[in-house]
Design a binder for this molecule. Sequence first.
Ligand code: AHR
Length: 506
Amino acid sequence: PAPALTAVVDVDVPGPTISRHVYGHFAEHLGRCIYDGFWVGEDSEIENIGGIRADVVEALRAIAIPNLRWPGGCFADEYHWTDGIGPRRERPRMVNTHWGDVEENNHFGTHEFMALCELLGTEPYISGNVGSGTVKETSDWVEYLTRAGDSPMARLRGENGRQEPWNVTFFGIGNEPWGCGGNLTADQFSTLARQHATYARDHGKDRLYRVAAGGNEADYAWTEVLMKQLASGLGDPAPRDLYQAISFHYYTMSGSWMDKGSATEFTDREYWATMARAHRVGELIAGHAAVMDAYDPTKKVGLALDEWGTCWNVEPGTNPGFLHQQNTLRDALVAAVHFEAFHSHADRLRLANIAQTVNVLQSMVLTDGHRLVLTPTYHAFAMDVGHHDAAHLPVRPVGDVAQREADGRVVPTVTATASTKAGAVTVTAANLDPDAGATVELRLRGHGPLELGQASVLTAGDPREHNTAEEPERVAPVPFEGATWSGSTLRLELPPTSYVSLRLVG
Ligand code: AHR
């Protein structure tokens, strides 16, 4: 049969850099993500480093997570950071009213989060509280985190055992203000965002990258309101940018918000509906980017998809407020579809955060007592590390790309994306079709001799396959044997429902 995709890749015409930060993660005080996931406490029998699970740290270090968003989500807008500092036993307890109505003892706070970031070698993305917090809280938190020397907040930090300020890369101005973050209109929020962003000051050498909370899915009007706020400053010789990026959120499911579908038991129709929804992410990024282009043609302002991933019905018998779900090969392919879209929009998309790292939504790892399970999504992230901070190489189809109809949309059944860094080329390709293999032919031009380096494939007989504590390696990458050269054309034979990653070296 004809290749599902034949494409040209001009290695000597690199596109924009794919920021490593589009491979960012998210950890909220929600269900078993922080407590039991990241944090077990110093007295736990589970091996820990100052209370932080050692096995989770080890697993996440291996996928080089570039940034971690915390403490929410919806939780961020009811979090008052001063509750989470000082001696743990003296910290006030609260109720996590948004997620399960459970007690929050504040044992995991600012110092614990920054220690986690240091252990992971990742950059912090802290979400400020605009919904129920004050501008002073925002101002003080940033000062506490980043100011050196003698100031009220720097002194308080010192009293709590940390003299040196931390480096904070990203600071979120609110979260879903149109919903759990205050039920505000775009105009109301933009006024608040200006205030909070103004007082989230740069201290010393720290330069915050402020992310103003954006709209949901295709709410381009929200993006427009926020862009208008910035537009007057964009052309100034020395603009005082209020915020450096605008976010939006997009989740993938196979059903409706009321009945999202099961994580593991799905029909073929639901499988393809999922892929159709996943593919929509490219259209949404392009939609927000088009609005931004009108106000900011030089692309100074970044777009951040700071919540994305699959959202299924919770696992039977678990707390509905804990958003605990299994993770199958289908989830890994949803991630692959997103990665391809992220690369294609690398000129505007500067940040993305999958929801949510451990035990919640589309996680990297699931914990079960002492045991830890790596999910198929974890492996997809591992297979993409070569794309971090590499220059995008557009994959330009020649002729038709295999596709099918699903959920009222035309869905390509294969994806391929490429990038280059330090003389090497990384290629990743997915075959979404559970019923047939697919051939991808890439005509690589504009390069010297390239040889196949490391090549791996993530696949399983069925997209419903997943890993459990009893069978942790049902879905795990193995060496890929399906690549051949014909001159400078690279031919890939992709098994049904598979994700392949290759490194080509000069
Ligand atoms: O990721 C779970 C929740 O989904 C977040 O708290 C919220 O921002 C979104 O609605």
